[in-house]
Design a binder for this molecule. Structure first.
Ligand SMILES: C[S@@+](CC[C@H](N)C(=O)[O-])C[C@H]1O[C@@H](n2cnc3c(N)ncnc32)[C@H](O)[C@@H]1O
Length: 226
């Protein structure tokens, strides 16, 4: 199944907003760390509903925000959620970013990078479009140390890349990005039921759910263009 087929269906069934609500728990903390200055140009890779770019316009006065998504219905929904003419959504693929060399100040991506068919090439593309000193904030919940995420591949037909923390850092360096930071951002907002309510439909034990959200949370890796 293609990215378009898979995620167009998510968008038309309203899952874009559902993702936004869940991802916001940790995304907002990572977004708050981005050194976006007034006037900067920001690119959101795999933007989904497009909430991250809109937040950076509101909080940091980013000058121009582009959200790129491979699913036209996602980009269409995202455009419908704003009237801000400094925010634009484009349909495109992580394999070939439709931006000039050295044209973007910061790149953001939440829960999307690992869908790239060639993640090393995507990192080279990110390094190409970033201006010197620009950053790539890459946030993922699906990664090797988060054992609770491993089964997600069974539910989706697109091949997902499951790197560990070190593989992320190595891949960033191989693409020419300095690694400035790597961190786990816990999700402190999701409600975790009391011990008596386990097992639930999704979780065998409370400890497993606590580990997934409060301990592993979202893995953030930050790259800086030299
Ligand atoms: C799990 S959603 C995350 C959306 C959003 N970033 C969020 O935090 O809610 C992943 C998004 O990445 C997009 N995507 C996946 N692979 C892609 C690719 N190769 N090129 C462009 N977009 C892609 C999907 O269409 C989808 O909207």
């Amino acid at each position: 199944m293609s990215v378009r087929e898979e995620f167009d269906e998510w968008a038309t069934s309203g899952r874009d907003k559902g993702m936004e609500e869940r991802h916001w728990h940790t995304a907002k903390h990572a977004l708050a760390r981005m050194p976006v200055e007034p006037g900067d140009t920001v690119l959101d890779l795999g933007c989904g509903s497009g909430y991250a770019g809109r937040a950076l316009r509101d909080t940091n006065d980013a000058g121009r925000v582009y959200g790129l998504d491979g699913a036209p219905e996602m980009a269409h929904n995202a455009a419908d959620y704003t009237e801000d003419d400094r925010v634009g959504y484009v349909v495109g693929d992580f394999g070939s970013l439709p931006f000039a060399d050295d044209s973007i100040d910061h790149v953001w991506s939440m829960e999307a990078f690992y869908y790239a068919s060639d993640p090393h090439h995507t990192l080279e593309e990110i390094a190409r479009v970033l201006r010197s000193g620009g950053t790539f904030y890459c946030a993922v919940n699906y990664y090797e140390e988060n054992v609770h995420s491993h089964e997600w591949q069974e539910f989706i037909d697109i091949e997902m890349t499951r790197w560990d923390r070190e593989q992320y850092r190595e891949a960033f360096r191989r693409a020419g990005l300095h690694v400035a930071e790597q961190d786990n951002i816990p999700d402190r907002e999701i409600t975790i039921p009391s011990e008596a309510e386990f097992p639930t439909d999704e979780w065998d034990t409370r400890d497993a759910m606590v580990e997934r959200y409060r301990e592993y949370g979202t893995l953030l890796t930050v790259g800086v263009a030299p």
